[in-house]
Design a protein around this ligand. Structure first.
Ligand code: COA
Length: 184
């Protein structure tokens, strides 16, 4: 058993297979895709901007992102994305529990994998896994309202609006999904 933001879970789970994708733990062969994700101006548009590639080359470890709650999304043997389930920082605005510390879903897909429904397919599977291991925990999600794709994805996954607020100089949409909400 392992700690995921203070929850005890079995990690990593066996690879999760969906119709087209596999959700798995990261491996050394994913390093280039991790660097690509963080260096991509398109991916970074609404999440703080891209990071310099040379800085990433120095900073990204040999096996990046190997931690509880982080799934690599694999399409035909290559990484196209990472999905995270972490505890939301209690200091940030946006909470649904009186004591804060909710599970929060995050997702970043390489631009060449956008527009094919992969994000919806992979996030639904990650949420199903989370609901199975921690059934009473709601999952929250926060995105800039200007991030049309992320807003559409949140609605598709069954997240409903709790509130909107300003943060990082932009309007943020904050939503919640009960684990009792069926995915897909
Ligand atoms: C947010 C993000 C994951 C959304 O990716 P996406 O590919 O648009 O999301 P989906 O998987 O839901 O795909 C939706 C599109 O696939 C299309 N599609 C094509 N084939 C499909 C299929 N077989 N099944 C379902 N949808 C399909 C849908 O019609 C839809 O198109 P539309 O966006 O033009 O309406 C992606 O834009 C991203 O990684 N952005 C950068 C990081 C980021 O901003 N993350 C959010 C932080 S809060």
């Amino acid at each position: 058993m392992t700690e995921l933001g203070g929850w005890t879970v079995t990690w990593p789970p066996a690879p999760i297979r969906t119709e087209r994708l596999v959700l798995r733990e990261s491996e050394a062969r994913d390093r280039t895709a991790f660097i690509e994700l963080f260096a991509s101006p398109e991916v970074g548009s609404y999440i703080g901007g891209p990071r310099p590639r040379d800085e990433l080359q120095r900073a990204v470890p040999e096996v990046p992102g190997r931690r509880p709650g982080l799934f690599v999304i694999d399409l035909d043997g290559a990484m196209i994305s990472m999905i995270t389930l972490d505890r939301r920082n209690a200091e940030r605005p946006g909470h649904v529990r009186p004591d804060a510390g909710e599970a929060e879903l995050g997702y970043m897909f390489l631009p060449q994998a956008w527009g094919r429904g992969y994000a919806a397919e992979a996030c639904a599977a990650a949420l199903d896994w989370f609901a199975a291991v921690l059934p009473s925990e709601p999952v929250v999600l926060c995105t800039q309202t200007a991030n049309d794709r992320a807003m559409r994805l949140a609605a598709k996954l069954g997240f409903t609006e709790v509130e909107r607020f300003e943060e990082y100089g932009a309007e943020q949409w904050f939503g919640v999904r009960s684990s009792l909400t069926p995915s897909g």
